[in-house]
Design a protein around this ligand. Structure first.
Ligand SMILES: [Zn+2]
Ligand SMILES: [Zn+2]
Length: 131
């Protein structure tokens, strides 16, 4: 029975990561699941997330304030990271052919995928900030 319990926790953790597009931290996953899984520990969440990473089921996008932000979407896509509210948002800006990569092409480099992070201020924070 213990094994079954382990795998249901594992599924719950994976589903929590995939249920949001906010690119959560392990702590967020823990706090989200804790009410429904009272014996869940933060260590279990970290351990499972490390396993999912190794298995290629999730990606680590960036590290904000010492916390890894993870993504259940593993296909290449770019991200906008707001340095004000720490939001991580998907951007679908992946170029289609080598003409879109003049700088790497100059090195004779053929780009297969790219993983870009734009750092800045999101629209919501821009509204809030004094101009
Ligand atoms: Zn923001
Ligand atoms: Zn993403």
């Amino acid at each position: 029975m213990a094994k079954r319990n382990f795998s249901s926790k594992r599924n719950a953790i994976y589903n929590a990561v995939c249920s949001t597009d906010t690119h959560p931290s392990a702590r967020w996953v823990y706090e989200t699941l804790k009410p429904s899984i009272p014996d869940l520990s933060l260590g279990t969440v970290y351990r499972n997330i490390a396993l999912f990473k190794d298995e290629g089921k999730i990606r680590v996008i960036c590290n904000i304030n010492g916390e890894e932000r993870i993504d259940g979407v593993t296909s290449p896509h770019s991200h906008c990271v707001c340095t004000c509210c720490n939001s991580v948002t998907d951007v679908d800006d992946n170029a289609q052919n080598s003409d879109d990569y003049p700088a790497p092409a100059k090195l004779g480099f053929t780009v297969k995928s790219r993983d870009i992070i734009y750092y800045g201020i999101c629209a919501k924070c821009s509204e809030r900030l004094p101009h």
